[in-house]
Design a protein around this ligand. Structure first.
Ligand code: PLP
Length: 406
C-alpha cells in the first residue's frame, strides 16, 4: 500500500489553515509536531467521561483513569521494546528525564574528580544538567567532538574514557545537524569500560523504531510533543538495575511507601520517581498518538520523510550562497542552513509572512553554533504530514528572499 498523504493530512485539521492569507506550510516539527484529531478527541473523551485523580481513589472514574494511564505505560514499554514496564517513568519531557538522571544517578554514582562525557552536538537539555551535577560533585564534563560534516568522532571515545568516567550523554539524533548517531557502537565502547550511557531520544522517537534492549542504552529520554502527542509529558526509560539503586528525584505524592517524621520509605518502581499528580490527561492522550504513529507505520513515515529530505536538500543546494550545516551519511529529516548576506532571523520573519513556519536561532545548541563559528541558522524539519508541494513552496519563497537581499 502506498503512503496516502492526502488522507493522512485529514487527521491534522490545523494543516489546512491559512496564516497571513497564505496556506500554512509547517516545517517546524522538530520543535514540536502538530497533533492528530485522535489525540485531541482522547483528551476531550477523558474530561467528558471519566476524569479523576489516578492511583489513590477508590471510585469508578479514578479507577478507569488509572487503568488508562497505566495502559499507556504498557504501550510505551512495547513501543520502545523495554524489558519491564517499571522501567518506564513519566516525566514532563526530555529535559526533566535528563535532569532526573543527572540528579539521581549522579547523587549516587558520581564523586569528586569523576568525568561525564557529553557530545558536542547536544541540545542544552543534555549539557546543562550534567554541568550542574558536576558542579555539585566536583566532577568534570568532557567534550566528545564532531566533524564539520556532522559525524561524531567516536574514534576519540576510547582515549576520552578513563577510570574516572561514569557516564556518556549523547543524542540519538541531533536537532540541528540531523545526524543519526551510532548508539549501539557508542554503548559497546562505554560498557566495555564499565561506563553508563544516557541517550537523548527527543528527535529520534518520531522517526526511528526504538529498541532499547537492542541499543542496550542505560537510559533513554524523550518527549511526547515531538511524537504527535500533547506537551507536558515525557518518558525516561532506565534499566531496572540502575533505577533500583538510584535515590528518588523529587519527594511527595505517589513516590512514598510510608511517611513518618522519623523515617520515610519509598514506593517501588516506577512510582518512586513519579512524585505528585502526573499529567494524567496528556499521558492518556499520548497513548492515542502512539497508536496513530504505529498505524501509519514508523518505517513508512521514515521513508516518506527521507524522500522529502533528499529532495529538499538537492533543491536548497541549487540556490547560490546557501550553506547547509550537517551532512552526515545517516541523517534524519532536519536541514539547518544559512544564506550568505541574510541573517537567519530576517529569513525566518520573511518566510513566516509567506506562510512558512520554520525555526531560526541557536536551536538550544550553542556548542554546535560555536563549532561552526556562527550565531544562528535557519532550520526546516519534516514530519509524516509534509509534502513535496510544500517543499516547492518553501524553495520558491527562499529564492524570493534571496533576491530581496541581492
Ligand atoms: C535533541 C533534543 N533534546 C532535548 C530537547 C528538549 O525537549 P523538551 O523541551 O521537550 O524537554 C529537544 C527539544 O527540542 C531536543 O531537540
Amino acid at each position: 500500500m502506498g503512503y496516502d498523504i492526502k488522507k493522512l493530512r485529514q487527521n491534522f485539521p490545523v494543516l489546512s489553515r491559512q496564516v497571513y492569507n497564505k496556506p500554512l506550510v509547517y516545517l517546524d516539527s522538530a520543535a514540536s509536531a502538530q497533533k492528530p484529531v485522535q489525540v485531541l478527541l482522547k483528551e476531550e473523551q477523558l474530561y467528558n467521561n471519566y476524569y479523576g485523580n489516578i492511583h489513590r481513589a477508590a471510585h469508578f472514574m479514578a479507577d478507569q483513569a488509572t487503568a488508562d494511564f497505566e495502559a499507556v505505560r504498557d504501550k510505551i514499554q512495547k513501543f520502545i521494546h523495554a524489558e519491564f514496564r517499571e522501567e518506564i517513568i513519566f516525566t514532563k519531557g526530555t529535559t526533566e528525564s535528563i535532569n532526573l538522571v543527572a540528579s539521581s544517578f549522579c547523587e549516587k554514582f558520581l564523586s569528586a574528580g569523576d568525568e561525564i562525557i557529553v557530545s558536542e552536538m547536544e541540545h542544552h537539555s543534555n549539557i546543562v544538567p550534567w554541568q550542574l551535577a558536576a558542579q555539585r560533585k566536583g566532577a568534570k564534563v568532557v567534550k566528545l567532538p564532531f566533524t564539520d560534516n556532522g559525524d561524531l568522532r567516536i574514534e576519540k571515545l576510547p582515549e576520552l574514557i578513563n577510570p574516572k568516567t561514569k557516564l556518556i550523554a549523547v543524542a540519538h539524533i541531533s536537532n540541528v545537524l540531523g545526524t543519526i548517531n551510532p548508539i549501539t557502537e557508542i554503548v559497546k565502547i562505554a560498557h566495555t569500560n564499565g561506563v553508563a550511557v544516557l541517550v537523548d531520544g527527543a528527535q529520534a522517537v518520531p522517526h526511528l523504531t526504538i529498541d532499547v534492549q537492542e541499543l542496550d542504552a542505560d537510559f533513554y529520554a524523550f518527549s511526547a510533543h515531538k511524537l504527535y502527542g500533547p506537551n507536558g509529558v515525557g518518558v525516561l526509560y532506565g534499566k531496572k538495575k540502575w533505577l533500583d539503586k538510584m535515590p528518588p528525584y523529587q519527594g511527595g505524592g505517589e513516590m512514598i511507601s510510608e511517611v513518618s517524621f522519623e523515617k520515610t520509605t519509598f514506593n517501588e518502581l516506577p512510582y518512586k520517581f513519579e512524585a505528585g499528580t502526573p499529567n494524567i490527561t496528556s499521558v492518556i492522550a499520548f497513548g492515542a498518538a502512539i497508536d496513530f504513529v504505529l498505524e501509519t507505520g514508523l518505517e513508512n513515515i521514515a521513508n516518506w520523510e527521507h524522500k522529502l529530505l533528499t529532495y529538499a536538500t538537492s533543491k536548497i543546494k541549487e540556490i547560490e550562497g546557501v550553506k547547509i550545516y550537517g551532512e552526515a551519511n545517516r541523517k534524519s529529516s532536519v536541514i539547518s542552513f544559512n544564506i550568505e548576506g541574510v541573517h537567519a532571523y530576517d529569513l525566518g520573519m520573511l518566510l513566516d509572512k509567506m506562510g512558512i513556519a520554520l525555526r531560526t536561532g541557536h536551536h538550544c545548541a550553542d556548542t554546535v553554533m560555536q563549532h561552526f563559528g556562527i550565531q544562528s541558522t535557519a532550520r526546516i524539519s519534516f514530519a509524516m504530514y509534509n509534502t513535496k508541494e510544500e517543499v516547492d513552496v518553501f524553495i520558491r519563497s527562499l529564492k524570493k528572499v534571496r533576491m530581496m537581499f541581492k
